[in-house]
Design a protein around this ligand. Structure first.
Ligand code: PBG
Length: 332
């Protein structure tokens, strides 16, 4: 019997390994999340996400220059409003914090791809992603749709190139598409959080967005991570309703789902390396327990290998910088 060996191409040299390797991460794969808040001179680090900050519009301007200079060309905004109410009206206020951030960003960097996360949880006093039936405490799916569509339209009008509904209500993509089309926003893309599990990995984000549910949890509308088949059904619905880009979230723990969805649906895929994934890598790196750059690069490359074209990551600006450094080094 023939002896099975490591492939010859791996043994010979780094140059050969580079010649034959399959997957690379590029700066144009990256989407950088930004938390915007009301007020002035705010640049407050999020305790569970060292290196990630809340920005008011004035400090955002300075930060955007760093982002632009790094080469990152896509950002996704999350708003943390001062005022929250039962129906999340900040989400669809034309003068809301995200709407203003969009106008500012598009004014300064018209070429920056601006994505608006569309959800009510950062804007509701109860922290749920939809409106609540006072009597039974349940999230009201159909009543929420109109509000989400209003938020999407308001963000599109403020300059969002892409709206990204993360609420997980049923029928939201079709509803939103119709409202966008009827109001002259036919060219606004929809990036659907198609597969969003009810994950404990969102913990640091909820600190950052002050959006932890005041009662109950999100398991009646986010997905059960013990299941894979739901991912296919949820995605098929979003595709049929007109989604342009599909997302699987969280990232690394869900590569099997990403691969399945990517193989099945012929739309570009996005993977979201969420706040808990960031926090774990960052904490270990700050303790000197792991090589941050190597671990981050490996994690995002794995997401691409599993089928993602785009990756939303709090490390986007760092990765872009590392890629630039390598390019400069290669030229020497
Ligand atoms: C809003 C939303 C969440 C995230 C993105 N959009 C939080 C949640 O569903 O509770 C999480 C992102 C992250 O953890 O980085 N619904």
């Amino acid at each position: 019997m023939e002896l099975i060996r490591r492939p010859r191409r791996l043994r010979v040299s780094q140059a050969i390994r580079d010649l034959v390797h399959e997957t690379d991460i590029h700066t144009n794969d990256l989407i950088y999340p930004i938390f915007v808040v009301e007020g002035e001179h705010v640049r407050t680090e999020i305790p569970s996400m060292p290196g990630i900050y809340h920005y008011s519009l004035d400090t955002l301007e300075t930060h955007l220059k760093e982002v632009w200079d790094s080469g990152v060309r896509a950002v996704i905004f999350f708003g943390v409003p001062d005022h929250k109410d039962a129906v999340g009206s900040g989400a669809y206020d034309d003068n809301g914090i995200v709407q203003r951030a969009l106008r500012l960003t598009k004014g300064l960097y018209p070429q920056m791809i601006c994505i608006a996360d569309i959800c009510l949880c950062e804007y509701t006093s109860h922290g749920h992603c939809g409106v609540i039936d006072g009597a039974c405490g349940k999230v009201l799916n159909d009543e929420t749709l109109a509000l989400l569509a209003k938020a999407a339209l308001s963000c599109a009008k403020a300059g969002a190139d892409i709206v990204a509904p993360s609420d997980m209500m049923d029928g939201r993509i079709g509803y939103m598409r119709k409202v966008l089309d009827e109001n002259g926003c036919e060219d606004t893309l929809i990036m659907a959080y198609s597969v969003k599990y009810a994950s404990a990995f969102y913990g640091p984000f909820r600190d950052a967005a002050d959006s932890a549910p005041a009662f109950g949890d999100r398991r009646s509308y986010q997905m059960d991570w013990r299941n894979k088949k739901d991912a296919i059904v949820e995605t098929a619905l979003d595709v049929s309703e007109g989604a342009d880009i599909l997302m699987v979230k969280p990232g690394l723990p869900y590569l099997d789902i990403l691969k399945t969805v990517s193989d099945k649906f012929m739309l570009p895929m996005c993977s979201y390396q969420v706040s808990g994934e960031y926090a774990m890598i960052k904490a270990a790196a700050l303790n000197g327990w792991i090589d941050e750059k190597a671990v981050v690069t490996e994690a995002v490359t794995a997401m691409k290998r599993a089928g993602a074209k785009m990756i939303i990551t709090y490390y986007a600006v760092d990765i872009a910088r590392w890629l630039k450094e390598e390019e400069a080094y290669d030229k020497e």
